[in-house]
Design a binder for this molecule. Structure first.
Ligand SMILES: [Zn+2]
Length: 861
């Protein structure tokens, strides 16, 4: 160490033999393989043993949750708005809660209520403005408190929704949430624990229609002012890590979580990333949009293949996940209701001001669900600056005691070269697999082959990424010391940059930089016994880094699995580039993770692995993997492709003008791919002739307004003629908009309208798309939000209505010029005519079909 880096003879990789290199590679492969296996088990919750239905009453039992779930998911055929199952589920939940209330001891005070909520408001969803009008959605509310509690005491809210998304049994989303809440409320009573502050369980009946149940509760319920904190439980997959995806406002909720969760699953980066994935939760209603209550958003994030599909079934739940969630929840409920910070919203803001509570976001992460690391932002300011300080002192330390300006300057220059070299290593580790992913698609017909087989992504992209990581050291024969300190400097600077940008992710590079420093120190001690060339000196470096590498594998493995699953619903971008996007992203992210997991080893391991023969071996594995992957189909029943089929009836008064089938997909493999692989359906549609994808079949987004704003994820929808009369056997009357009266005043006119939904019985939602000189309306407290543009058309205002269909909707629209107002009414009904059911059945089982009927009519006023 005493020799100045610049004067040390560079150690070239060639100094070690290929046989030795292979031994090192094998040993590292075994080490990484064992750690990956452990990580895989943790990510999939295999380390949590679920308790059976006969577990002691003082324990939370996944088995008992599954019993409730069987009733909610199997015995009740569907819990969608507009279907009888929704009410059946409400009655089941209410019955269970009343049963609990009846047998609770005298020390408890228990109230169970069924409430109907109605309202209207505007929000941003999938980055588009939508106005919502709703009426009579049913919430079931239970309040558990001690028998001496007061009505207005600050309370904890636990929220979960029992309605299901369109076309899905909703076992995880969110049957698992409400069934867990039933078990949790039972556990509170049976364990004899009396909550020091009230716990309110909100069994929310309308989340899938854009967060209406929670909106109705927080706006209108008599207990809404008492809520001091909330826990929202959700599912965007069927289990795995039960991740705290959002927390706040303030760091209090995440601190409570860090202190009490039995299997903590949280990190402060999740919040920075939450906006990228399509979807939203009730968290924003409670903590952001409507109220400002501190809380946690806890979501099942893996098994995203099944989210909002017909495969979200009991069989596809991950065993152990519900058990971990339940044990966490019970601890959290105890901690929140015991906390002195649990205050009513009105008192909380004044206490925060008085106490000068630091409202900045803290840094936190869980270590393989075993424990949690949590530190406030002001501590992170010191901690995360530490590596940079060490790096700045390194040139002095490396030249000690012969410090001259020249030696210092040459060392600084050397370390900067090392930093540049390591930056190249990491960049190539990302760019080369991304390029390989793009190139592969030029030679195959299918994108996303790794979708149903994630191991393919590892097989294809890890070796290519390693080539990128070790290549620069072959080309640029810099010394090991310069490379090491350069890498350390790079991680230090990234940590600092994260902190200065106000983001919460710097802990990973902080952890890496401190670990490699430790590894370096230990290996330099061990070098006194082993020669520099001995692989033992490498393991002297690697072993102290194992905790860090294990974390990188956990964090990176989770990220890749999550990303691969979500690629099935990220939407499709227009051809030709859209086809490449998911593959290139997955290639790049695998490369990024390789950069985290192997990058810290690169400065030392390069002595053995930065060899042309080794890199050639990696390239050969890649070529084989690319060839195998091209033979593998991207989808399976365990990883279905999402297909949307809309059977539209265009109506005028009570007659049918036109009927068609519209198709759309939400990932990179287009409808052409779908029909090529679903020949029976294609044949049925085109009546035995060859299917054409000509322009005349292309449909635009305005015909999908019933699903607004989801169609922003579509590109290249197709439309085929369908027969018109079959629906008449089921429905006599179609939806119709009727002008009641028109009032004129100073060039403004106000048109009062009544919307009848005809004889439709299974309505999910009704969308109004209004274009023209609209200046006001009776929705959202008489406030017009900014207009939206649907597929390049004129600016339009979109309002979605939901609630029981037998009642008509009355509303008014105001126009400030004599130009006509155009209103498209699209009513989404879940009833399917027989021919549509037949068409649906012709698609293979790897295609998850969301199928519905839309009644579309247009009015000019
Ligand atoms: Zn949900």
């Amino acid at each position: 160490m005493a020799t100045p880096a610049s004067r040390r003879r560079p150690t070239f990789a060639g100094a070690t033999t290929t046989a030795e290199a292979l031994r090192v590679l094998l040993a590292l492969a075994v080490l990484y393989g064992a750690m990956s296996l452990l990580v895989y088990r943790v990510i999939h919750m295999r380390h949590v043993a679920p308790l059976g239905p006969d577990a002691p009453p003082g324990e939370f039992s996944e088995g008992r949750v599954l019993q409730h779930l069987r009733r909610l998911v199997v015995d009740i055929p569907g819990r969608q708005e507009g279907t009888p199952g929704l009410e059946a589920a409400a009655q089941y939940i209410k019955g269970q809660l009343q049963g609990l209330a009846a047998r609770a001891g005298p020390e408890y005070r228990i109230e169970v209520e069924e409430t109907l909520v109605s309202g209207s408001f505007s929000m941003m969803f999938l980055r588009h403005r939508v106005t919502l009008g709703y009426r009579n959605h049913k919430n079931i509310v239970m309040r558990i408190s001690s028998n001496v509690s007061e009505d207005d005491e600050p309370s904890l809210l636990v929220n979960g929704h029992y309605d299901s998304p369109l076309g899905s049994p909703g076992a995880a989303d969110c049957g698992s949430c409400v069934a867990s809440m039933l078990e949790l409320s039972r556990l509170i009573l049976d364990s004899g624990w009396v909550p020091p502050r009230p716990v309110i369980f909100l069994f929310n009946g309308a989340e899938e229609l854009f967060l209406l149940g929670s909106h109705g509760f927080i706006k209108t319920h008599k207990w809404n002012n008492t809520i001091g904190a909330f826990i929202n439980i959700e599912a965007s997959g069927s289990g795995g890590a039960d991740l705290v995806c959002q927390s706040g406002p303030g760091s209090w909720p995440s601190r409570i979580y860090a202190q009490t969760a039995k299997y903590p699953m949280a990190n402060s980066v999740a919040q920075d990333m939450f906006g990228i994935i399509p979807g939203d939760t009730d968290y924003r209603i409670f903590a952001e949009d409507i109220a400002n209550i501190p809380g946690l958003d806890i979501i099942f994030v893996l098994g995203g293949y099944f989210y909002h599909t017909s495969y979200d079934t009991l069989e596809n739940l991950f065993p152990g996940s519900i058990q971990a969630r339940g044990e966490n929840l019970f601890n959290l409920v105890k901690a929140f209701t015991n906390s002195s910070m649990l205050l009513k919203e009105s008192d909380a803001s004044s206490k925060a001001v008085q106490d000068g509570i630091d409202d900045q976001r803290a840094i936190f992460f869980d270590y393989l669900t075993w424990f949690m690391v949590f530190y406030p932002r002001n501590l992170s300011l010191i901690l995360h600056s530490l590596p940079v300080a060490v790096f700045l002192l390194a040139p002095l330390f490396l030249n000690f005691p012969n410090i001259t300006f020249m030696s210092w300057f040459l060392t600084v220059l050397d370390l900067l070269k090392g930093m540049l070299l390591h930056a190249f290593c990491v960049i190539l580790a990302i760019v080369i697999p991304a390029m390989a992913a793009g190139l592969r698609l030029l030679f195959t017909k299918n994108a996303m082959n790794w979708f149903a087989h994630p191991y393919l992504a590892f097989l294809m992209f890890v070796p290519t990424s390693l080539v990128g990581l070790f290549l620069p050291r072959i080309i640029w024969g810099l010394s090991e010391q310069s490379h090491f300190w350069g890498a350390f400097g790079l991680y230090s600077l990234i940590t600092l940059a994260y902190m200065l940008a106000g983001l919460s992710g710097g802990f990973l590079t902080f952890f890496i930089s401190m670990s490699i420093l430790l590894g370096r120190s230990i290996s330099s001690i061990s070098r006194k016994q082993w020669s520099l060339q001995s692989p033992k000196s490498l393991f002297g470096y690697v072993i102290p880094m194992i905790p860090c590498i294990l974390y990188c594998l956990y964090y990176g493995g989770f990220l890749i699995q999550f990303l691969i699953e979500k690629m099935g619903m990220m939407g499709s971008l227009p051809k030709p580039y859209g086809y490449f996007v998911p593959d290139v992203i997955v290639g790049a992210v695998v490369g990024l993770v390789v950069g985290w997991c192997f990058g810290p080893l690169a400065p030392i391991a390069s002595r053995w692995l930065a060899k042309t023969s080794i890199l050639q071996g990696f390239l050969q594995i890649t070529v084989v993997a690319l060839a195998i992957s091209s033979q593998i189909f991207p989808y399976s029943t365990g990883a279905p492709k999402r297909v949307v089929l809309q059977h539209t009836f265009v109506t005028d008064a009570n007659s049918i003008v036109e009927s068609n089938y519209g198709f759309s997909v939400v990932d990179a493999n287009s409808l052409e791919f779908l029909f090529n692989n679903a020949p029976e359906a294609a044949k049925w549609l085109k009546d035995n002739s060859k299917l054409s994808f000509k322009e005349k079949y292309l449909s635009d987004r305005s015909s999908w307004v019933a699903l607004y704003p989801v169609p922003f994820l579509f590109s290249g929808s197709l439309k085929f003629p369908a027969q018109t009369e079959e629906i008449r056997k089921h429905y006599q009357h179609f939806p119709q908009l009727i002008v009641q009266k028109t009032l004129s005043n100073n060039g403004n006119r106000r048109v009062h309208l009544e919307l009848s939904l005809g004889s439709l019985l299974e309505i999910w939602t009704t969308s109004l798309n209004i274009t023209g000189p609209l200046s006001n309306w009776s929705f959202a407290d008489y406030t017009l939000s900014a207009p939206q543009t649907v597929s390049g058309g004129p600016p339009s205002y979109i309002c979605r209505l939901s609630g029981k269909s037998y009642e008509n909707w009355s509303f008014w629209l105001e126009a400030n010029s004599s130009e006509p107002l155009r209103i498209d009414v699209a009513v989404l009904d879940q009833y399917l005519v027989d021919s549509t059911k037949e068409l649906k059945s012709l698609f293979p089982s790897w295609a998850d079909m969301t199928v519905f009927t839309t009644f579309f009519s247009t009015y000019h006023l």
